[in-house]
Ligand binder design. Structure first.
Ligand code: GLP
Length: 257
């Protein structure tokens, strides 16, 4: 398959045959990062389910001593969390991360960080979370999914390039996209969230955008080919010196020559 030239992909482009192959590629990258003792920036969403399954599989296949070594040095910061939800809520990202990684891998408590959705003052929590991230030295490898409206984390359009970690109101489009985790009811999706901003995302040493499926082909094309702009938050990634894209053939379908 020949693709349009994408000169701003400073970290490289991988087009894999399907979502499973994408997941394996990203899991291997995460594993290399963990092995090097790096701090990970983690995302949630359906795209990440396959990625975390592949990562678990890699880790569980290791001799237990080697796995323990890696797990004990785990350091990660998640992108975002819904306001009003805690780890006991099925729809929370804290619950998702517990199921996907923290519980099966028995991660030491406190090693997988995520904004506290139950904080009484979410704006204060956002500032404290950004501070904790800065104190830890920032993120080395930031993994990202793509929202149907071009959001990254929960940075909803319009979003400037330098938005900071904050509490914000979610768009109707995003609540619809994420309704599956809330019994299919968009109105059951919390109205607000805390998210790392484009500023913190772009401050990571490397960013890796993961996109699978035909439904994202059009928005991906816009984010890669239209001028970087607030209406397409993911388009700001093209300003990053190490922006890497891993996609499957379906997501790449609008990028063919
Ligand atoms: C949520 C998360 C985003 C993620 C997006 C993609 O909105 N906040 O970080 O990129 O989901 O979701 P999916 O992979 O389910 O399409």
């Amino acid at each position: 398959m020949r693709l349009l030239p994408l000169p701003e992909l400073t970290g490289g482009l991988w087009v894999e045959v399907d979502a499973e192959a994408v997941a394996v590629r990203v899991a291997d990258r995460l594993l290399a990062s963990l092995t090097a003792g790096q701090t990970l920036g983690l995302a949630t969403g359906r795209t990440m389910v396959a990625v975390y399954a592949a990562l678990r599989q890699r880790l569980m296949a290791m001799p237990s001593g080697q796995r323990r070594q890696l797990v004990n040095r785990w350091r990660s910061f998640n992108l975002d969390e819904y306001v009003g939800l805690g780890p006991d809520d099925q729809g929370s990202f804290a619950h998702f991360m517990g199921e996907q990684l923290a519980n099966p891998l028995e991660l030491p408590s406190g090693s997988l960080r995520i904004p506290n959705g139950l904080a009484l003052d979410p704006a204060l929590e956002a500032r404290a979370y950004a501070q904790a991230l800065a104190l830890a030295g920032g993120v080395d490898l930031q993994v990202l999914g793509l929202g149907n409206n071009g959001h990254i984390g929960f940075n909803e359009p319009p979003c400037p390039i330098d938005a900071r970690c904050r509490c914000l109101v979610l768009s109707a489009a995003t609540r619809l996209q994420n309704a599956m985790a809330f019994g299919g009811h968009p109105e059951a999706v919390p109205a607000r969230a805390i998210t790392l901003g484009t500023a913190e995302i772009l401050a990571a040493r490397e960013v890796l955008l993961v996109v699978t499926g035909a439904a994202k082909a059009e928005i991906l094309k816009r984010c890669l080919l239209e001028p970087p702009q607030a209406a397409l938050p993911a388009s700001w990634l093209r300003r990053h010196p190490r922006f890497c894209l891993v996609i499957d053939e379906e997501a790449a379908s609008e990028l063919r020559i």
